[in-house]
Design a protein around this ligand. Sequence first.
Ligand code: LRH
Ligand code: MN
Length: 424
Amino acid sequence: MQIEKNKIDEHNQSLIKEHKRRFDFIAAEINNIDEIIEKLRTFQIAIPSWALGSGGTRFGRFSIGGEPRNLEEKIEDIGLLHSLNKNSGAISLHIPWDIPSDANHIKNLAAQFDIKFDAMNSNTFQDQPNQKLSYKFGSMQHVDKAVRKQAIEHNIEVIKYGIELGSKSLTVWLSDGSCFPGQLNFRKAFQNTLESLKEVYAALPNDWKMFVEYKAYEPNFYSTTVGDWGQSLLYTNKLGDKAYTLVDLGHHLPNANIEQIVALLLMEKKLGGFHFNDSKYGDDDLTTGSIKPYQLFLIFNELIEGMDARNMNHAKDLGWMIDASHNVKDPLEDLLQSVEAIMIAYTQALIIDRKKLTEAQNNNDVVTGQEVLQNAFRTNVRPLVAEARLRNGGALQPIQLFRNESVRKNLINQRGLKTIATGL
Ligand code: LRH
Ligand code: MN
C-alpha cells in the first residue's frame, strides 16, 4: 500500500497555517535556520528489514496482521515510511532472513521508492535448517576450525549479496561467548574470532566498511567475545582501516556513559555507525528516545562536536540505522516515532551554542555549560523537523496521516491477519 502525493498535499494543506505559526516562532530564535533545515533534509536513517513485523520475546509474540510476507513487501513498507517522513531512504538487510531472490528486481523495486541498501547483516547466532555445523558454542570463536570456516564463508556470501544490491558495508554481530566460568578460554576465543574476522575483512571490496557490533550480554550470560567498546576497538584496530565499531544503544551495561564512548571512538576514527533504539534495563529494543531522550540528545551533541572537528559529512560519513523490536505497537508507527526522535535529537544538538559551551568549559563554568545544553534540549524543534519534511514533499504529521489513511487495515485486507514477517 502507498499513500498518494495528493493525499500528502491535502494533509499538509489542512495543517499548514498552524505549522507556519509554530515554525515562524522558533525560526525567529535561530540564525542559521536554512542551513539546519538543509542538513535535516539530507539525513537518511536505515530501516531494519527484520523489524517490519511484530517482535516478540521467549514468552510470546502477538502478530498485528498485514505483516510483509517477503522482501518486496518489506521494501514497499519502507517506501511508505519514506514517502511520509523523507528521512527513511535506506534498508538494512539481514541474511538469510532477507535473501534477495532476484537482486536486480529487488534493486529496481527499491529505486522506485528512492530506497538505498545500507549495511548488510550476517547471522551466525542461529542454526539454519540445512546447516552442517551448529553455532551452539559460538561461530568465529569456536574451538572447531570447521565451524569457524562455516561462519567465515557465510559472511563472505553476505558480502556478495550486498555487492549485487549496491550496499557498501557489512555489520558483524557475534552472539559468541559463554554462560559459565570454565566454559571458555577467553584468549583463544578472542584470537579465533580475530583470525576469522581477518578472513572476512580480506574479502571486503576496497570501498566497503566492516562494522563490528559489540554487546554486553544475551544470548550468553557470563561472557561475550565482542562484549564492549574496548574489545570492539581492539578487533577493529587489529583488522585495519576498513573496520569500525558499531554502537547499538541497547548493548551497554546499566548507566554506561554512551556519549563519552561515542566521543572517544569518533576521536580515534573508529566509530562506524549506530543501531538506534532505547532501553530501561537490557537490550529491550524499544522505540528510540522513548525512555532516555536526554541521553540521545547528549550522544548527538558529541557526534556533532566530533564530526565537525574532523569536517565529516553528517549524513554520509557514519551509518545511521535503527534496530528495534515492536512487541506492543504497530511496527510502522513505531519506526515513524523512532525516526522522529532521532531527527529531533539531531536538530536539538545542531542548535547548541557551541561558542558559549566551549567558553563555559574553558572557564570551568559548570552551570553555564549545563544551561547551554539544556536550553537546546528544552527547545521545541519539532516545527523544524516538520518543515524539512514539508520541503522534501513529505507529511507534516506522518503518524496522523498513516492513521487517517487506515494503512494497517488496508495491509490486513491485502495480506491477511496471519502473515508473519521474517526477523526477530
Ligand atoms: C543483536 C542485534 C544485532 C542484530 C540483531 C537483530 O542484539 O542488535 O544488531 O543482528 O540484534
Ligand atoms: Mn543491533
